[in-house]
Design a binder for this molecule. Structure first.
Ligand code: HEM
Length: 215
């Protein structure tokens, strides 16, 4: 397999900051289009949908980092925290659009929505689960929590599944777009328990090849 060119180490830090900067462009551009009347139909709904979709995309990108390394040897671990935090901020913006622009802080309606509309209940649960992950995404928490950090951050799989379910339930007909997101998230969830077996099989292959070369 052809190796993709590696970025020199001195640019790693800058590339992470560039990811944050580029990551917020869809939200800024969407807001600009909405504010200047260029979003079609109901601009608030369009903006809310755009933010929800980007939240899901960044969640998927976060989950892709490990399989990319396992399957293709691409090590983009340095981008995982930024991708996870971008997902978190997009969910927060998605929720804020719902809270402020859609419901105008009408708390009784919001509470009724959370209680009575299952897709909102699931979305809210996903946002709630994202909060401890965002709060412990710093290096100090990783050091302090040790192996408990890994256990806690496995929640991201539950959050992605909840996000996909929330998406499928928010639409009247589950068309090709939600189907694609559900399929990608399902593949990533299936990969998780298969991963140790795959890595063990690959280690065996590598050991066998080195042994044969040494003969
Ligand atoms: C991980 C958390 C979440 C993710 C990934 C997510 C993602 C999405 C996606 C992809 C859509 C559909 C966009 C489209 O139709 O193109 C959507 C719709 C929606 N979401 Fe979320 N969401 C999350 C949390 C929440 C929360 C916390 C709320 C509010 C309490 C919320 C409220 C809504 C609403 C009101 C819609 C639009 C339904 C409509 O068309 O009327 N979401 N979300």
């Amino acid at each position: 397999m052809a190796a993709i060119p590696a970025l020199p180490r001195k640019y790693h830090g800058a590339s992470v900051w560039a990811l944050y900067a580029f990551g917020f462009i869809p939200a800024i551009y969407g807001f600009y289009l909405g504010a200047t009347g260029q979003l079609p139909g109901n601009a608030i709904k369009e903006f809310e949908h755009l933010l929800g979709l980007w939240a899901l995309r960044f969640l998927i990108a976060t989950l892709c980092i490990t399989p990319l390394r396992d399957l293709f040897g691409i090590n983009w671990l340095r981008y995982r925290r930024a991708l996870g935090l971008l997902a978190f901020w997009y969910v927060v913006m998605h929720f804020s659009t719902y809270l402020i622009l859609d419901k105008y802080f009408d708390f009784p309606t919001i509470v009724a929505d959370i209680a009575k509309r299952p897709f909102i209940t699931i979305g809210m649960a996903a946002l709630t689960m994202l909060i401890p992950l965002a709060l412990t995404s710093n290096s100090r928490s990783i050091r302090r929590l040790g192996s408990r950090w890994n256990k806690l951050h496995k929640l991201v799989y539950v959050i992605a599944a909840a996000g996909a379910l929330h998406f499928a339930m928010s639409v009247k007909i589950v068309g090709p777009e939600p189907m694609i997101y559900i399929a990608i998230i399902a593949a990533l969830l299936i990969w998780r328990p298969l991963r140790p077996h795959f890595n063990q099989w690959r280690r065996g292959q590598t050991a066998r090849t080195s042994y044969q070369r040494a003969l």
